[in-house]
Design a protein around this ligand. Structure first.
Ligand code: ZN
Length: 263
């Protein structure tokens, strides 16, 4: 899928988690619901850091372009090192290492640790990166015609405001993990979820997605998981724009109502 559909699906997924959390007796304070939905929308763009034309690879100027080259090389190396006889030959790393459950868990876990141990600046940094991505993803067309600097300023401002809000007692720093010292431990959850939702979105498209790596399936370790072939669609096709994106909006709206206890 393309950036906007990925971001919308990420936001909808977190709002759905909000509804589930409400049902399970750990309702999210509204700042957690809002920040989590935006973080998840941003994180749902992150796996495409292995592709230089992707939104995330262009979102932070030369820094993200450089990171993209590193991630692409790393992914390609991981592919070559672990491929089995059934896996085909590949010339680049796109849709490999960063498109797996293991990557999602490692990145989410890493961000949780960073947020918990790194203090205020780490939380602000994580929020900033994901706010910029969420703006790029959700306001796609509007963000593209404006300048990068404007998007960064907007990202920084929203990161600051959200952190200020969540730092207030009962507003979310301690959501789900309530022990002292566990502030913002939950921050990795929307990041992990965003990456997983991205993978599922790609699995619906023509090429599929090797989500299960490194668990081998038959003679392939990079088995491209997906829906039955005739049901798959091309990234950016009408199915994505006219069916899936409105569906994500609707589901997200229902999730938000559920998360706040209105239904
Ligand atoms: Zn992708």
């Amino acid at each position: 899928m393309m950036g906007p559909a990925h971001s919308l699906s990420g936001a909808a997924a977190w709002l759905g988690v909000g509804a589930a959390a409400y049902g399970a007796g750990s309702p999210m304070p509204w700042p957690v619901l809002v920040s989590g939905a935006l973080i998840c929308a941003g994180a749902a763009l992150a796996p495409d850091l292995d592709h230089k034309a992707a939104t995330i690879s262009r979102a932070f100027g030369p820094l993200s372009r450089w990171l993209c080259e590193v991630v692409d090389a790393l992914s390609h190396a991981a592919y070559k090192a672990t491929k089995m006889r059934g896996d085909s030959h590949r010339s680049g790393g796109h849709r490999t290492l960063t498109h797996t459950w293991l990557w999602a868990v490692l990145v989410g876990g890493g961000m949780s640790l960073l947020a918990m141990e790194g203090g205020r600046w780490a939380v602000l940094g994580i929020l900033f990166v994901h706010m910029v991505l969420a703006i790029e993803g959700l306001l796609w067309r509007a963000a593209r015609v404006s300048s990068d600097v404007l998007v960064w300023l907007l990202g920084a401002a929203s990161a600051w405001i959200l952190a200020q809000t969540m730092d207030q007692p009962g507003n979310g720093a301690n959501w789900l993990f309530g022990e002292p010292g566990q502030e913002y431990l939950w921050l990795g959850l929307p990041i992990m979820l965003g990456a997983l939702v991205h993978d599922i979105g790609d699995a619906l498209t023509v090429s599929g997605c090797p989500i299960l790596w490194p668990i081998p399936i038959g003679r392939k370790r990079w088995y491209a998981l997906g829906t039955p072939k005739p049901m798959r669609f091309r990234a950016g096709s009408w199915v994505e724009l006219k069916v899936l994106m409105p569906a994500f909006m609707l589901l997200g709206g229902i999730g938000a109502l559920g998360a706040l206890g209105y239904i």
